[in-house]
Design a protein around this ligand. Structure first.
Ligand code: WTA
Length: 681
């Protein structure tokens, strides 16, 4: 574990400024039960803190009560939780049967069929579509029936490659209704990345659209699927929905979705699913080249998404919830689809970009749709900040109550701009920390508890049922405050991923064996003197570009495919807007005489085509040799220091095999930066 300690470098800094909604006040018994009606089951809990204590000390009692009251069951559960962390077996709500689509749709249709479930903010500016709970249920049922008729069965994997649109949400829910396992692949991924994910999941079914629209541009999604499917012999059918009026050529595998759906009934019998049946797989990057399909199961995931949505954002009935994440990421799953719909809320489906048709897009949408909670990524906030305050101030943002941030650390400047300019100093800004693995938000300030202080750029407090710990390089739990360590979660919670699809061993090795008895998040954190958590970045070889995780090994694998490249090392470098970018060091094969310009554009093109556009490297530096230990391992920390311009802090170099190579790389880096500056000027 010593390697971990060596890599933890934590800023022990509490940022400037602070938001406090009002003075902390004592809660009455009435307040606590209005806040959480289930509190009557825990007479000792007087306020949020009291409820938190119950949630971590009487875990089964807490989640048992919540599981019964917040979810609708076909058959009740008999055991709240079971865990064997050594084997990586975690189960919640055993013996219970339910259907997630019924929880997200039918039960709300019974109460308020005409309530708006989805507001689809289309790519085309100013054009929204409102879909009621009744309409969404009908769509879901027709789609479920269509899939069933075409042979999709319980337990089958269905790959969804679609932009954020109602048909994509209906596809997810239709899978849940018939017991199929969906795996949404972000529609910005290349055909190669899509094919990898289809193959890993062994999907027989793909759902896509003829074309996507993004920032006013047509994206040929069906074409990408065609290329991917050629590499995937398991695929038996591709449902093609119509997002645009353009006709695209259909092959033998293709089934026009809307045409088939119109032939089907608007009722579709939901399957009774066991709590621990798989609900979905979602691929995310790790520190090896192969993305991992994290598995979430039914009841625990749904309950956790719904509860965090309600309490982290202080969501109330009638609010319009605006999470602008794409449905291809976990944020889209938990806070566009499952959390809000389980709570019977109205949720925005944002299909466009923050700058289309201009940098006022978010704020115009807030005004027109009267959004109450906005949940966005720091990379978008930083980008919009650059365009100045006028784009924001032009629009009425008085509907806003809470502003959320997710995906990466939000720097103080962006936090303060979000708070002061976007929220006019009225709305709490909440920096929410979580991961694909955690299913829902784990650490976040809590505006639902009035009076609690919120400090800039800090995720601060654990959610109900979350017991965070910081561990040192030797694996010991650090008990005091004002310390930094590896962030772990030290008891199970309902939203946690259950395994990696077809690779339980990797699940154990990545999350459970590094610190036995704890779930290791891969992130480092600092606990302030007041006990608040501040995230300090990844401890593994994962970089975070615009809030999207990428393993450096994934990029290296693609770069190494280039005919001229003998060897490469990819390191994350700071980027003003994206947070991090990829900096690629390469050693060329002897015979190569490519110019730096052609090499750069070829490698950027290769990474865009093989992974996704956002992964394209910022810098490509050619080196004669990479710094290695005598045993041949690339010394990444040395490269990291060089690109952070800290060449005088390279640390212990006793194992370095070629000191000359490092000097050359330092020089090469300086030249590359100068060249880039000249180009930008
Ligand atoms: C990072 C996104 C700092 C972190 C929900 C985590 C954050 C990874 C924050 C998960 C935050 C996410 N502050 N870092 N508020 N939120 N991260 O799986 O490194 O796409 O492990 O889930 O993003 O990314 P993922």
């Amino acid at each position: 574990m010593a390697w971990l300690l060596a890599r933890i470098c934590f800023p022990k800094k509490v940022p400037r400024g602070k938001f406090s909604s009002c003075q902390t006040r004592a809660w009455s018994r009435g307040t606590v039960t209005a806040y959480m009606p289930e509190a009557t089951a825990f007479p000792g809990s007087r306020d949020h803190q009291g409820l938190y204590q119950v949630s971590v000390e009487q875990t089964d009692a807490f989640w048992g009560v919540l599981g019964r009251s917040r979810l609708t069951w076909i058959n009740p559960f008999h055991t709240v939780s079971y865990s064997d962390l050594q084997q990586g077996h975690v189960s919640w709500f055993l013996g219970g049967q339910l259907n997630v689509a019924v929880n997200c749709l039918d039960r709300h249709v019974h109460k308020a069929p005409e309530k708006v479930a989805l507001v689809w903010e289309k790519d085309e500016p100013g054009q929204e579509d409102r879909i009621t709970y009744r309409e969404l249920l009908e769509m879901t049922c027709r789609l479920g029936n269509t899939m069933r008729r075409q042979g999709v069965k319980k337990g089958d994997r269905v790959t969804i490659y679609m932009p954020s649109c109602p048909m994509a949400v209906a596809s997810m829910l239709a899978c849940a209704r018939i017991g199929a396992i969906h795996t949404v692949v972000f529609a910005g991924f290349s055909s190669a990345a899509l094919a990898d994910r289809i193959q890993d999941a062994q999907s027989e079914t793909v759902i896509t659209v003829n074309q996507g629209l993004r920032g006013g541009k047509v994206v040929p999604l069906k074409e990408t699927v065609d290329q991917a499917v050629k590499l995937c012999p398991t695929v038996k059918r591709v449902f093609v929905s119509k997002r645009t009026d353009e006709k695209v050529p259909l092959s033998d595998l293709d089934i026009p979705l809307e045409e088939e759906m119109m032939k089907e009934d608007v009722a579709c019998e939901p399957v009774a699913m066991e709590s621990e049946d798989f609900l979905f797989l979602l691929y995310t990057s790790g520190s090896t080249g192969k993305p991992k399909g994290l598995v979430h199961s039914q009841a625990g995931y749904l309950l956790y998404a719904a509860l965090t949505h309600k309490y982290v954002f202080d969501y109330h009935d009638g609010d319009v919830f605006g999470c602008v994440a794409d449905i291809g990421w976990i944020t889209g799953h938990s806070y566009v689809v499952y959390g809000p719909l389980c709570n019977g809320g109205t949720t925005i489906l944002f299909e466009s970009t923050p700058v289309y048709p201009n940098p006022g897009r978010y704020w115009e949408t807030v005004e027109r749709l009267k959004i109450n909670q906005l949940y966005a990524a720091p990379t978008a906030i930083r980008l919009l900040l650059r365009y100045g305050d006028d784009w924001v101030k032009k629009y009425d943002r008085s509907s806003l109550k809470v502003l959320g941030s997710v995906g990466e650390p939000i720097n103080t400047e962006a936090w303060e701009w979000y708070f002061n300019v976007v929220g006019d100093g009225r709305c709490p800004v909440i920096d929410t920390w979580w991961q694909t693995e955690t299913g829902g938000i784990c650490i976040a300030p809590r505006p639902s508890n009035p009076g609690e202080e919120i400090l800039p750029s800090m995720a601060m407090r654990p959610f109900f049922g979350i017991r965070p710990s910081l561990l040192d390089g030797k694996g010991a739990v650090l008990t005091q405050n004002d310390v930094s360590g590896a962030l772990c979660i030290s008891q199970i919670w309902p939203g946690m991923a259950r395994t990696i699809y077809n690779d339980h061993q990797r699940f154990l090795e990545t999350y459970l064996t590094p610190y036995p008895g704890h779930f290791f998040t891969g992130d480092g954190a600092y606990r302030t003197s007041k006990g608040y958590y501040q995230l300090t970045g990844r401890l593994d070889d994962v970089i975070n570009i615009s809030g999207h995780r990428l393993g450096t090994a994934e990029i290296e694998e693609v770069v190494n495919k280039h005919g001229a490249v003998a060897e490469s090392a990819v390191i994350g470098c700071p980027h003003e807007i994206k947070g991090e970018g990829a900096y690629v060091f390469i050693v060329l094969k002897k015979c190569s005489n490519l110019s730096q310009e052609s090499l750069t554009s070829e490698l950027q093109g290769l990474v865009s085509n093989e992974i996704a556009k956002y992964a394209a490297p910022e810098y490509i530096q050619v080196a004669r040799r990479l710094p290695k230990t005598r045993s041949g391992k690339i010394m990444r920390r040395v490269l990291k220091k060089i690109i952070e311009n800290k060449a005088d802090e390279l640390g212990d170099l006793t194992t370095l095999d070629d000191h000359e190579a490092v000097k050359e790389i330092i020089e090469g880096h300086k030249q590359l930066l100068q060249k880039k500056q000249v180009q930008q000027a």
